[in-house]
Write a protein that binds this ligand. Structure first.
Ligand SMILES: Nc1ncnc2c1ncn2[C@@H]1O[C@H](COP(=O)(O)OP(=O)(O)OP(=O)(O)O)[C@@H](O)[C@H]1O
Length: 249
């Protein structure tokens, strides 16, 4: 992973990645905006989480490059199912851990850290749950705590894997508003979603299929009926789409 001069967002150039010798992502080239929300969509198994892991730096690209704004360590909010129920930490501690990126683990929080933690608890409407153990929360409450932890890092790159899956409408709206606020404040927000209405409201969209980038651009240009039919395999890709996106596989 490399860093740019800070004026651009996230740049992916010919990224290939996978697991144990099996390539999952092929030749992904994309430009994700700084100060904007990018939605990654595509069928199950198309490589969305893998792509997010590569941008987060937790999975190494086997080929190609990922360029982030200068000096940025991304904040990465994993799927809530990836967080153990038995973790003996409170909601407040969960969000405070977001500040460790700045302080190092187990350090005392500064006054500024405390203010940021309180602000994010409030933004995600979970101040009243601060003392509850993470494992005792409902799925939606836990997801809010994880998003608050990501926001508390105050990174200029915020990556979230399905932050609103399974949540009710108010919870979705709260999280969508928090992400839009972060983008307006200059953050490159990238989230994986199965909710096409949510993807429609993003500033930028990546559509994956079989580990390849089928389309990239403004949601209205990417989420066309044709592209969705193609991505979800409801009908054969047209010759044009095949040639443009998959190199004539
Ligand atoms: N840790 C792993 N080890 C081996 N293979 C993996 C691992 N994680 C994902 N895969 C494989 O990589 C491919 C892409 O998976 P990925 O989770 O990136 O897809 P996705 O688009 O996020 O799917 P979903 O919508 O189901 O969450 C799948 O074939 C999956 O089986």
């Amino acid at each position: 992973m490399t860093h740019s001069d800070g004026s651009s967002g996230i740049e992916l150039d010919g990224v290939a990645a996978g697991y144990a010798g099996r390539t999952v992502l092929h030749a992904i080239t994309a430009r994700l905006p700084r100060a904007g929300v990018t939605a990654i969509v595509g069928p199950n198994g198309s490589g969305k989480s893998t792509l997010l892991s590569v941008v987060a730096g937790v999975l190494r690209a086997d080929a190609g490059s990922v360029t982030l704004p200068a000096g940025v360590r991304p904040a990465f909010v994993v799927q809530r199912s990836a967080v153990s129920d038995s973790l003996p930490i409170t909601v407040h501690e969960t969000v405070a851990m977001g500040r460790w990126a700045h302080r190092g683990p187990w350090r005392r929080l500064s006054e500024e850290d405390r203010e940021i933690v309180a602000e994010e608890l409030h933004r995600l409407e979970i101040t009243g749950l601060s003392r509850r153990r993470l494992g005792s929360l409902s799925g939606g409450q836990r997801q809010r705590a994880l998003v608050a932890q990501g926001l508390a890092q105050r990174s200029r790159v915020l990556l979230l894997d399905e932050p609103t899956t399974g949540l009710d409408i108010p919870a979705r709206r709260t999280i969508a508003a928090a992400l839009a606020d972060a983008a307006a404040a200059g953050t490159a927000v990238v989230h994986v979603t199965h909710d096409l209405a949510e993807a429609d409201r993003a500033d930028h969209c990546l559509l994956l299929r079989d580990g390849r980038l089928l389309a990239e651009g403004p949601p209205t240009a990417v989420l066309t009926q044709d592209a969705l039919d193609t991505a979800w395999g409801l009908r054969r890709p047209t010759a044009t789409v095949m040639n443009e996106t998959s190199g004539g596989r």
